[in-house]
Design a protein around this ligand. Structure first.
Ligand code: IMP
Length: 176
């Protein structure tokens, strides 16, 4: 199989520096409180792992998995819950950690699923946001980067299940 080399859109170093800023803001907002970090699988695993290393708070980590894309680059429009959290979320401070907000459908569906469990607070950290594609309004409390309407891969994000291992955010290009 050929080795694919995407163009770099956001470097490993820039991601790291931005995560420092986000962690600082989260540490300030939740100072003295415990939080339940919900990592949205699979795409957010790398971002979440780097982010929580920089938190200076009592953290409980949990995971949820939803799917909406299948094998393509266009959302199917249906969000399916594949795996649920194992923690009791009642009266907890929740920080959802997501890879990217595109149309906003996934995150809106997730927030609705979590609200009914009566948490104290729900906050959202997303590494990426594509404003030009947004259809369902989303309030991103901690945003890494706004990006143009390009399909991105790497740093957890995939195309048809591949490229999650890249340490940077790259763009699929015609030449590769
Ligand atoms: P939304 O429901 O349209 O906001 O899509 C959010 C989900 O789609 C994300 O959690 C990603 O899994 C996936 N996604 C959206 N845009 C991209 C992209 O450019 N690259 C890889 N995955 C993406």
């Amino acid at each position: 199989m050929e080795h694919f080399r995407p163009d770099v859109l956001i470097s490993e170093e820039d991601i790291n520096l931005r995560i420092d800023d986000l962690a600082r803001a989260i540490n300030t907002e939740f100072a003295g409180e415990e939080i339940v970090v919900i990592c949205i699988l699979k795409g957010a695993f790398m971002f979440c792992s780097d982010l929580i290393k920089k938190l200076e708070l009592p953290v409980r980590l949990d995971f949820m998995q939803v799917s909406s894309y299948g094998e393509g680059t266009v959302s199917s429009g249906n969000v399916k819950l594949e795996m649920d959290v194992s923690e009791n979320l009642k009266d907890q401070n929740i920080l959802i950690v997501e890879d990217i907000v595109d149309t906003g459908l996934t995150i809106n569906t997730l927030v609705e699923m979590l609200k009914v469990r009566n948490p104290k607070k729900i906050k959202l950290a997303s590494l990426l946001f594509k404003p030009s594609r947004n259809k369902f309004p989303v309030n991103i409390d901690y945003l890494g980067f706004e990006i143009e309407d390009k399909f991105v891969i790497g740093y957890g994000l995939d195309y048809a299940g591949r490229y999650r291992e890249l340490p940077y955010i790259g763009v699929l290009n015609a030449g590769n």
